[in-house]
Design a protein around this ligand. Structure first.
Ligand code: CDP
Length: 254
């Protein structure tokens, strides 16, 4: 494992060249899997994460059906080659926890009541991990849900705030997460409602307040990238629809 750096911040610059409130570079691709109803691939710093959505579809096993609402199932999985020390394949306590909190971060924006007895299944596969995988997984899942055409109140965006050398930093990377003093992932809806808030380590009440504000700012930046990626994917379809509408209107006016 990488060793602990002597200093995390030198002259206001972090070990990977970022300023404290700067997010890692992000690349979002929508609709990358042909067999899923919706999908999204995100590179966020050194993280590489894929999300696939299936549904709404009939629930199996049947006894899990809910008569008035759809159920959401979320499976977060880390590939064994995604981390420095090979991860034992299969679910473990950590992935069960991440799956649960990620599902709960997304559920509030999904119109589940539109699909009684159905399931909406979300799969997140971490191909390469470098801290913040739960937040990147939520970002990818949110876009994949939209790509699947699941009716939603808006997107969910997530990012973390850490603390290194006594200073708060947005979007910690691996060394900052491993050796830092705190790590606080947060997810929020487009309206700014917080749907996930966790914390490892120690922050004062004042730091916590500032960390929440910082994470919310990060989420707003990420939201714009998610939205742009969806627009890019559907630009052609939107243009086609607009052209058709114009043609129809012209026909009507003749
Ligand atoms: O990934 P996230 O920050 O959401 O969760 P974490 O439990 O705080 O894990 C932080 C990082 O530790 C992960 O992103 C991985 O880079 C690393 N990790 C690892 O190397 N091996 C594991 N079995 C689990 C996590």
């Amino acid at each position: 494992m990488a060793t602990k750096p002597e200093r995390f911040i030198t002259d206001g610059i972090r070990i990977d060249g970022r300023r404290p409130e700067e997010i890692r570079p992000i690349k979002i691709e929508v609709g990358v899997l042909d067999r899923a109803d919706g999908s999204c691939y995100i590179e966020h710093g050194l993280n590489k994460i894929l999300a696939a959505v299936y549904g709404p579809r009939e629930v199996h096993p049947r006894h899990m059906q809910r008569p008035t609402t759809a159920i959401v199932r979320f499976r977060y999985n880390m590939a064994s080659f995604s981390v420095e020390e090979r991860k034992r394949p299969g679910p473990d306590r950590r992935s069960t926890e991440v799956s649960k909190v990620s599902r709960e971060a997304l559920e509030p924006v999904i119109f589940r009541e539109n699909f009684p007895k159905a399931s909406i299944d979300v799969f997140v596969e971490v191909l390469q991990a470098d801290a913040g995988t739960r937040t990147v997984g939520i970002n990818a899942a949110s876009v994949a849900l939209a790509d699947a055409g699941i009716p939603m109140r808006g997107l969910v965006s997530a990012c973390a705030v850490g603390k290194v050398d006594g200073e708060l930093v947005l979007d910690p990377m691996k060394e900052e997460d491993n050796y830092g003093e705190a790590d606080m992932p947060l997810a929020m809806t487009q309206k700014g409602e917080i749907t996930l808030l966790q914390m490892d380590g120690n922050l004062t009440a004042e730091e916590l307040e500032r960390a929440i504000e910082m994470a919310q700012k990060g989420c707003r930046t990420i939201y714009e990238l998610q939205r742009d990626a969806l627009i890019e994917r559907y630009k052609k379809e939107i243009e086609k629809e607009e052209n058709n509408k114009e043609e129809e209107e012209e026909e009507e006016n003749k």
